[in-house]
Design a protein around this ligand. Structure first.
Ligand code: SF4
Length: 418
C-alpha cells in the first residue's frame, strides 16, 4: 500500500455512519491456495489463478460499495484470511489495503493481519507485505514434524516454517502468530511435545492451537472412514492440549482464549471483536458479516461473486448512503447470498458462549447491557446448574468463568445456552 491506513487521509467518521461510531472489524476473504490441503473445508480453491485479476477488481468494488452505503465506517482491525493471502500476486494486498484506506476510516494503529503460508514468505514477499501496511502475520505452521506435514498435504517442512518466521522478523514484523494442529491421525505425544518446544524456541507473540476436526467431504475424513488412517484418539488429543497448556505457561505465554495463547498485550484484536460479539463486515467470496441484528454471507463461487460485486458497486453508487442497516436493504445487495435476522434469544446465547471462550470470563452486567437482556435472569437455571456441576466458576471479582475442567468440553457448556 502506498500509504499506511493508519496515517493516510481518513474519511470522516461518527454517528453518521450506518454502523454507528464504535467501528467494525473488517475481514477480507482470499479464496486462493496453491494446493488444497486434505483436511480443509474452507471456501478456497486451487488452480484458479487465472481469476486473480477479477478477484482483485471485485473485492475492491465491494469495498467501495460498502464504503458508500455505510458512510465510511470506522474500522478497528483488518484481517486478510482465506485461503492464502500471501499467495496473491505482489502488489495485490497493497491495492486491497489502499481501497480500504480510501473508503473506510481505519483507526490509527489498527491491527492488520495477513494469513500466510510458510513457502510464500520469501524475504521479498515479507518486505512487500510489511510495506503494504500489514503489521501482523499469522503463519500456518501446523506441525514441526515433517512426516505429519506431508500427511496434512502441506507444501513446507519444519525448517522452512522456521525460516519464514525469521524472514518476517527481518522485514520488521513484531507481531507474529503461528497456527498449530494437534489430535492428528498417527501423531504421537513425543511429536507434539517436540513441536511445542521448537515453536516456543522461535518466540512468536501468539499461538493458536486447534484440534483436528474431520470435516465431511474432505479427503482426510475419507481416508479415516476407509481405514487407510486411524481415527484420531480424543484422549490423546486431550493430553496434548494439557501438555501445551503447561509448556506454554512455563514459556511465559498467557492462555487467554480456549485455543489461543499470547505474550502480554498481544491478544488478537480482530478475534476479540468476534468473541465480544461486536460488528464485523466480511468481503470476498463466502465471507460472513454481522451488522446491526443481521448475519449475512456472500456468494461462495469466486466467479459469480466477481460479477455480483461489480453490480453491487453500480447499485451502491446510485443508492447512496443508507440511514441504517436493515435486512430489507441487505437482501437487495447482489453479493449477499443469505441472511439471518438474529433474534433476542440467539443474541443472548451468542453473547454467553462467545464471552465464555475468553478465559478471564465475563461481567454479566456489562454483557447484559450490550445484549439488551438480563442474562443472569434469563439463564438463572442453566447458570446455577453449570456452577454446581463445576463447569463454570464465579471468580472473586464477580466475573463468570469457564472452569479449567471445562476447557475441553466447552461446547457442552455452550449448548446449554441455546
Ligand atoms: S492452505 Fe489453509 S486455506 Fe488453503 S487449503 Fe490449506 S488449510 Fe485450507
Amino acid at each position: 500500500m502506498s500509504e499506511s491506513p493508519a496515517t493516510g487521509p481518513a474519511p470522516a467518521i461518527g454517528p453518521a455512519s450506518a454502523t454507528g461510531s464504535d467501528g467494525i472489524a473488517l475481514y477480507v476473504h482470499v479464496p486462493f491456495c496453491l494446493s488444497k490441503c486434505p483436511y480443509c473445508d474452507f471456501n478456497t480453491y486451487q488452480g484458479i489463478e487465472a481469476q486473480f485479476g477479477d478477484y482483485r477488481a471485485a473485492v475492491t468494488a465491494e469495498i467501495s460499495a460498502w464504503s458508500r452505503t455505510l458512510a465510511h465506517p470506522a474500522v478497528n482491525t483488518i484481517f486478510l484470511g482465506g485461503g492464502t493471502p500471501s499467495y496473491l500476486p505482489d502488489g495485490d494486498v497493497a491495492r486491497i489495503l489502499d481501497a480500504i484506506a480510501a473508503g473506510f476510516a481505519v483507526r490509527p494503529n489498527a491491527e492488520i493481519t495477513a494469513e500466510c503460508n510458510p513457502n510464500d514468505l520469501t524475504p521479498a514477499r515479507c518486505a512487500n507485505l510489511h510495506a503494504a501496511g500489514v503489521n501482523r502475520v499469522s503463519i500456518g505452521v501446523q506441525s514441526m514434524d515433517n512426516g505429519l506435514l506431508a500427511l496434512l498435504g502441506r507444501r513446507h517442512d519444519a525448517a522452512e516454517a522456521a525460516a519464514a518466521l525469521q524472514s518476517c522478523r527481518r522485514a520488521g514484523f513484531n507481531n507474529i502468530n503461528l497456527d498449530l494442529m494437534y489430535g492428528l491421525p498417527q501423531q504421537t505425544p513425543a511429536q507434539w511435545h517436540d513441536t511445542i518446544e521448537r515453536v516456543t524456541a522461535l518466540s512468536p507473540e501468539h499461538l493458536s492451537l486447534y484440534a483436528l476436526t474431520l470435516e465431511d467431504g474432505t479427503p482426510l475424513r475419507r481416508w479415516v472412514t476407509d481405514g487407510r488412517l486411524p481415527e484420531p484418539n480424543p484422549d490423546l488429543a486431550a493430553d496434548m492440549y494439557d501438555h501445551a497448556r503447561a509448556a506454554l505457561s512455563n514459556a511465559g505465554y498467557h492462555h487467554y482464549e480456549i485455543s489461543n495463547w499470547c505474550r502480554p498485550g498481544r491478544e488478537s484484536q480482530h478475534n476479540l471483536a468476534y468473541w465480544r460479539n461486536r460488528q464485523w463486515l466480511g468481503v470476498g467470496p463466502g465471507a460472513h458479516s454481522s451488522l446491526a441484528n443481521c448475519r449475512f454471507w456472500t456468494t461462495r463461487s469466486p466467479r459469480d461473486y466477481a460479477r455480483q460485486a461489480t453490480a453491487w458497486r453500480q447499485q451502491a453508487a446510485a443508492a447512496g448512503r443508507w440511514a441504517t442497516v436493515s435486512a430489507e436493504r441487505l437482501t437487495a445487495v447482489p453479493t449477499v447470498d443469505g441472511l439471518e435476522v438474529i433474534g433476542s434469544d440467539t443474541a443472548a446465547a451468542e453473547t454467553m458462549f462467545l464471552a465464555l471462550r475468553l478465559l478471564d470470563g465475563m461481567d454479566l452486567t456489562a454483557a447484559s447491557n450490550q445484549a439488551g437482556v438480563n442474562l443472569a435472569h434469563r439463564y438463572q437455571t442453566e447458570l446455577s446448574e453449570l456452577l454446581s456441576d463445576g463447569l463454570l466458576v464465579r471468580a472473586a471479582d464477580g466475573r463468570l468463568r469457564l472452569a479449567e475442567a471445562a476447557y475441553l468440553v466447552a461446547n457442552q457448556v455452550f449448548t446449554r445456552f441455546l
